[in-house]
Design a protein around this ligand. Structure first.
Ligand code: ARG
Length: 560
């Protein structure tokens, strides 16, 4: 597996595109172990390229996705009033901020790549780390990709049918979502570079779209006029808190919807190793990015409320289109629809990138069949994958048969592992696509958001609880960044509230999540026993381990 780590150009993905090389990061750490005999040496060094500003654009680019353009309806419909909705947006933002600050401490104290999987394994045992990976592969990654794909589909359909496309069969949206998913998966199968480039181009659109909403809202608020007639005034003279819901479970559901928009705050932890000065810059990035995002989200919501009638705000998954239509007419609705769906496409692309790496590493670890820890179209027995891929492909691709400069370029591309076409974790990408498609097919935006939130916050909660446990268990452990102890305590308390209310608010989703987690336990014993036997055999007889159980790479490199 030594060759594999070099295939993901970590510095370029992490620096440019808003990717979190979830699986990529552990790979680079294992390269360093092999190349330089220890962490921090050799090839990892040259990837330490992220500066404060890079980190900032990375985390903001990850967080701002579909949510702020779609979940406002769910937030306000559940809590019942604009004032309460704004409170939820602030609470959700602060909660994400405390979570991010807690993760920053963990990232400094356990400077290994791999995020929660590694923290949980160290603090609570490998079963916890395994269950995180299990749920991430089966629920979190495909579930979140499905939400983003569905929103992309809804916005694209709005672009074609105009703002008032509410009567359209949901399967039209879903079909568009599935086509987008297939396209993104294909791009990521072709090459790592293609995916990176696509995201580079799309990322700035998110900023543009959000800034456009906020500026427009402020202008409308000041002038009292939209370009397309008067702004809505149906509630402005009334109480901001009229009709506020007193049902705690409804507040919990609203919080999940808000938290979705802030989600992604954990992703810088997967690239800790890429920072030039992580102990200084990671906290600085988080403490700059989170308030910025909170302020811009609250402003965007104020803009929505000022421009749109409450009934529209409550009912629409595509609030940004309604907003564009109200202010600028049909052109506005078209532009907003296209910009937001492009932004979702970018988010779907980076989500696909990171999930495939997570699945890839799980395959390498022996958590899932090792088929998923393979690259490209090569046969598993091959010892010279690069050249094998090049020759295999040369017989398949018509490109390769042509003559002249194009052919030699193609040959060079194929021989270079970083640009090699189809030299990507294809099996992992396909698994991710199939699971995501299943969620797109069975779910819809509102239910998937709670489902994702319950699963996600179960593990956010456990990980941040792990921080507190670690403070007690290993007080002397070096922590380059220490957050106030109130930070993880607040996070844990609010998460507990959220998770406990989910049982009442959305019993079906909660039970499904619990079943998923429990189903992971027998799988853990099956996979890990098998893997450990392989590793033992290998140690005893010097045999190459692996087989269906992978090589268990990280296990052997863990310092505990
Ligand atoms: N906050 C993002 C959005 O509003 C979703 C992030 C999904 N989660 C993730 N880890 N990428 O679309």
């Amino acid at each position: 597996f030594d060759f594999a780590p070099n295939l993901f150009p970590l510095s370029s993905t992490a620096g440019g595109a808003g990717y979190a090389p979830l699986g990529g990061a552990p790979l680079s750490s294992s390269t360093a172990h092999h190349a330089a005999g220890g962490p921090g040496g050799g090839s990892l060094e040259k990837h330490k390229t992220l500066t404060f500003v890079n980190g900032l654009s990375l985390i903001i680019g990850l967080i701002i996705g579909s949510g702020i353009f779609s979940s406002p309806s769910q937030v306000s419909a559940n809590v019942g009033s604009p004032g309460a909705a704004l409170i939820v947006w602030v609470i959700a933002g602060l909660l994400a901020w405390t979570g991010a600050a807690s993760y920053a401490e963990l990232g400094g104290a356990i400077p290994l790549n791999g995020g929660p999987q590694v923290y949980l394994a160290k603090i609570m045992g490998e079963l916890a780390g395994f269950l995180f990976t299990w749920v991430a592969v089966l629920v979190l990654k495909p579930g979140s990709a499905a939400i983003i794909a569905i929103i992309m589909g809804e916005y694209l359909v709005r672009a074609v049918y105009g703002a008032d496309a509410s009567e359209i069969n949901p399967w039209v949206n879903k079909s568009v979502a599935l086509v987008g998913l297939i396209l993104v998966t294909f791009l990521n199968c072709v090459s790592t570079r293609v995916g990176t480039k696509v995201n580079d181009w799309l990322m700035f659109l998110k900023f543009v779209a959000l800034i456009a909403v906020t500026v427009t809202g402020v202008v409308v608020a000041i002038t009292g006029h939209a370009f397309n007639g008067d702004a809505s005034t149906d509630w402005k003279n009334n109480d901001w808190f009229a009709d506020t819901s007193t049902d705690l479970s409804a507040w919990a559901v609203a919080l999940y919807a808000g938290l979705w928009a802030y989600d992604g705050w954990d992703n810088t932890n997967y690239v800790v190793g890429e920072f030039r000065n992580p102990s200084r810059d990671l906290p600085r990035v988080i403490h700059t990015a989170m308030p910025l995002v909170i302020i811009s989200y609250v402003l965007a919501n104020v803009a929505y409320f000022l421009v749109l009638p409450l009934t529209t705000v409550y009912a629409s998954n595509t609030i940004a289109v309604m907003f564009g239509a109200k202010v600028f007419g049909p052109v506005g609705s078209l532009v907003f629809a296209l910009v937001v769906s492009a932004s979702c496409f970018g988010a779907l692309n980076s989500s696909t990138f990171t999930s495939s790496r997570l699945i890839y590493v799980a395959g390498k670890e022996g958590y899932i069949p090792s088929l998923f820890g393979r690259l490209g179209l090569r046969s598993p027995a091959s010892h010279h994958p690069t050249s094998t891929t090049a020759t295999t492909l040369s017989t398949r691709l018509p490109l390769q048969r042509s003559r002249g400069r194009a052919a030699s370029l193609a040959r060079r591309l194929l021989a270079d592992p970083e640009t090699g076409l189809f030299y990507t974790p294809i099996a992992a990408l396909l698994l991710n696509a199939v699971l995501t498609a299943a969620y797109v097919a069975v779910g819809e935006f509102a239910t998937l958001i709670t489902f994702y939130g319950v699963a996600g916050y179960t593990f956010y909660f456990l990980t941040v609880l792990g921080l507190i446990v670690l403070r007690v268990k290993e007080p002397a452990l070096e922590r380059p960044y220490r957050t106030w102890i109130t930070t993880p305590v607040i996070f844990c308390c609010v998460s507990i509230f959220l998770l406990s209310r989910a049982v009442f608010a959305q019993p079906l989703q909660t039970v499904t999540v619990v079943l998923f987690v429990i189903a992971g336990v027998p799988v853990y014993f099956w996979r890990i026993r098998g893997r450990d036997q392989v590793v033992k055999r290998e140690r005893a007889g010097g045999l190459p381990g692996g087989g269906d159980f992978g090589a268990g790479i990280n296990e052997r490199e863990r310092p505990w």
